[in-house]
Design a protein around this ligand. Structure first.
Ligand code: SF4
Ligand code: SF4
Length: 399
């Protein structure tokens, strides 16, 4: 407290040199300014933090892939914070301003450089919650919300299970919407790896989406319903450990559920972490596999879950596999364009991001390996290199 007071002593000294009437004016302005620059109601967004970001000279701008793709100052991190601030203060409400609140890859690259430790996607999340309360959500995003609530997944005509009979097991495998519907091979290879390693594994009879898209779009109440349902069905599985191949699912189950009042009673791991554990215990053993690969760090895995070494160690444990490193790697990775639902909210920006990242990777090897089903799908689209999930390479290399 005393230290804090000493820090601001220079202010008191400066004020003491002013005339009495000016002193009074300065103190009144100081006490009322904050009120004047913050909304009177109680929004869900952290408006004070948004204001700090809006006033920042964009310290993180050079690392924001959305700004690089859009090439417009409006899309800079602080640019979006400025519009967010005006929306929160009720000074703008145009369609363009609202759309801009979804133009973020939720990659957290900005956080690496931010003196306040902000990630703009976190700041925008509160704004999106306020847009829901104010009925300002674009119609297409309302449709996506309705679809998830109705079908329990983000994909149309989709499946919600791997079709296996639940059983008593060591491990619960939760596939997630993308693996279940678009990249089933990732679940099949993960299950085969576990079976070969002598691990008994079970799945949920019906998987609901982890809720990440609802949370990202600001549908707080619906997200909480999904979290409560999933926490209950995961508990009923009786497993103490659960693994997922999708980093967004891991982050949501592990971090967001706890933050939103639904902590899970199981240990949640990404497949890369669990595979490494099994390799170290000698339960996964490899034969020689001649492969040149480049590993792409998924943003959520590297920046939000800080998992960068485990997938590399898994690949390096396979004799004959050579892993190349792109210039932007580990926590300095670059988004594949799918993050933050950008492929839905801003398809053109998403494609530009993908092309930029893909051109860095496919120079280095003919196979891009990643540890996220959404990234795998993105790199498959460019067809410049073979796109594989970590589990596929592990199974290929297993004895
Ligand atoms: S995220 Fe941080 S560094 Fe980037 S513009 Fe906002 S306040 Fe500045
Ligand atoms: S989270 Fe990523 S895309 Fe969004 S502002 Fe930060 S750096 Fe840019």
């Amino acid at each position: 407290m005393l230290e804090e007071f000493k820090k601001y002593l220079w202010v008191a000294k400066a004020i003491s040199r002013l005339t009495l009437s000016t002193q009074k004016e300065v103190v009144i302005r100081f006490l009322t300014a904050k009120k004047k620059y913050l909304p009177e109601d109680n929004p869900k967004a952290q408006v004070e933090d948004i204001l700090k970001c809006a006033l920042c000279p964009n310290m993180c701008r050079f690392d924001c892939p959305v700004l690089q793709a859009a090439k417009s100052e409006t899309y800079s991190p602080a640019g979006r914070a400025r519009i967010a601030y005006l929306l929160e203060m009720g000074r703008v409400s145009s369609h363009d301003a609202v759309e801009l609140m979804y133009a973020c890859a939720a990659c957290s690259a900005c956080q690496q450089w931010c003196p306040f430790d902000f990630s703009v996607d976190d700041l925008l999340m509160g704004v999106r919650r306020d847009l829901v309360d104010r009925n300002l959500v674009p119609e297409t995003l309302m449709d996506i919300k309705d679809q998830i609530v109705r079908t329990r997944t983000i994909y149309q005509n989709s499946r919600t299970s791997l079709g296996l009979e639940p059983r008593k097991a060591d491990i619960l495998y939760v596939a997630g919407c993308t693996v279940l519907n678009k990249e089933r091979i990732i679940a099949q290879t993960a299950m085969k790896i576990l079976e070969k390693a002598g691990i008994t594994v079970t799945t949920l009879p019906e998987e609901w989406c982890c809720g990440a898209p609802l949370n990202l779009l600001g549908f707080e109440d619906d997200f909480k319903k999904f979290a409560a349902h999933n926490a209950d069905s995961i508990k009923k599985s009786g497993c103490k450990k659960m693994i997922c191949s999708c980093p967004e699912c891991v982050y949501t189950f592990k971090e967001v559920y706890a933050k939103e009042g639904h902590p899970l009673q199981v240990e949640v791991m990404h497949t890369s972490e669990y595979f490494l554990e099994l390799i170290e215990q000698g339960k996964i053993q490899f034969k020689e596999l001649q492969r040149d690969l480049v590993y792409h760090d998924p943003c959520v895995l590297a920046r939000k879950l800080h998992i960068t070494e485990q997938p590399r160690k898994v690949l390096e444990a396979i004799p004959g596999v050579s892993v190349k490193e792109p210039p932007l790697t580990k926590e300095h990775t670059r988004c594949c364009g799918i993050g933050g639902l950008l492929a839905i909210t801003n398809p053109e920006l998403s494609v530009t991001l993908l092309r930029a990242r893909d051109s860095e990777l496919c120079k280095l090897a003919d196979t891009v390996v990643t540890a996220c089903p959404a990234c795998k799908i993105a790199f498959k689209r460019t067809r410049n290199a073979e796109s594989r999930d970590l589990s596929e390479i592990v199974l290929e290399g297993m004895n």
